[in-house]
Design a protein around this ligand. Structure first.
Ligand code: PLP
Length: 219
């Protein structure tokens, strides 16, 4: 779907919700997409992209960044503690902060770099055993711990269980963000970004609706 169509849908969703379109950032999720498709979306004017693996992003983004000014990269996949340094070199935002060890590593790295990426805490709202993220019951304490490391937290992020109505997860995430004084809500993907916007999303992560179906990466 052309980027402009997605932007129109975002605008419509904002209008319906009585929100300003400036308050919703579209992150084009380019993971596993061939470079030609990514380049086409860059040519359409998109400058905010999401990747879920540090290594994959390192392979393609330095060149694109040299070619297109103003690119911002968001890490939306799991981050290993030993990859914090390269991640902070490449990414402007991290959506998957989910444990104290990682928070501590980021804090140390931020001190030496003097700049901090935008940080979102991933919450496992569906309490799925195979999924990353802080459990809902532990969110308040984890936010406090991060602030104790002097990390500025932008907001919360979730990936609802595929088998459940996403809205209740979005509403839960919004509630947890509000009571912790956090303004950012990273929620909503290709199939549900409009309902996420209705419930307060500030960052929607849209992949296949923009790029088409993902070609499976070779193992
Ligand atoms: C892949 C991915 C997306 C995008 O998913 P689509 O359904 O293709 O829009 C969003 N968020 C995360 C965390 C992802 O891994």
């Amino acid at each position: 779907m052309p980027l402009a169509d997605i932007q129109n849908r975002i605008e419509n969703a904002c209008q319906k919700a009585g929100r300003s379109v400036q308050d919703v950032k579209l992150i084009a999720v380019s993971k596993v997409q061939p470079n030609e498709r990514v380049e086409a979306v860059l040519a359409e004017g998109c400058r905010v992209f999401g990747e879920n693996r540090v290594q994959e992003a390192q392979g393609k983004w330095p060149d694109f960044k040299a070619q297109f000014a103003g690119v911002k990269l968001h890490l939306i996949g799991p981050l290993q503690s030993n990859k914090v340094k390269p991640a902070l070199e490449l990414f402007d935002a991290i959506h998957t902060l989910d444990r104290e060890k990682l928070a501590r590593r980021i804090a140390t790295e931020v001190q030496t770099r003097g700049a901090c990426p935008e940080l979102f805490i991933q919450v496992n709202t569906g309490e799925e055993p195979q999924k990353a993220g802080v459990l809902p019951a532990d969110v308040d304490e984890f936010v406090k711990a991060c602030r104790g490391f002097d990390l500025k937290i932008k907001g919360l992020m979730c990936i609802p269980p595929v088998t459940e109505e996403p809205s209740m997860h979005f509403a839960l995430l919004a509630k947890m963000a509000k009571r912790n004084g956090l303004s950012g809500l990273s929620m909503g993907m290709s199939s549900d970004f409009e309902s996420a916007i209705a419930l307060g999303a500030t960052h929607v992560r849209v992949g296949s609706a923009i790029f088409g179906d993902r070609v499976k990466a070779p193992e």
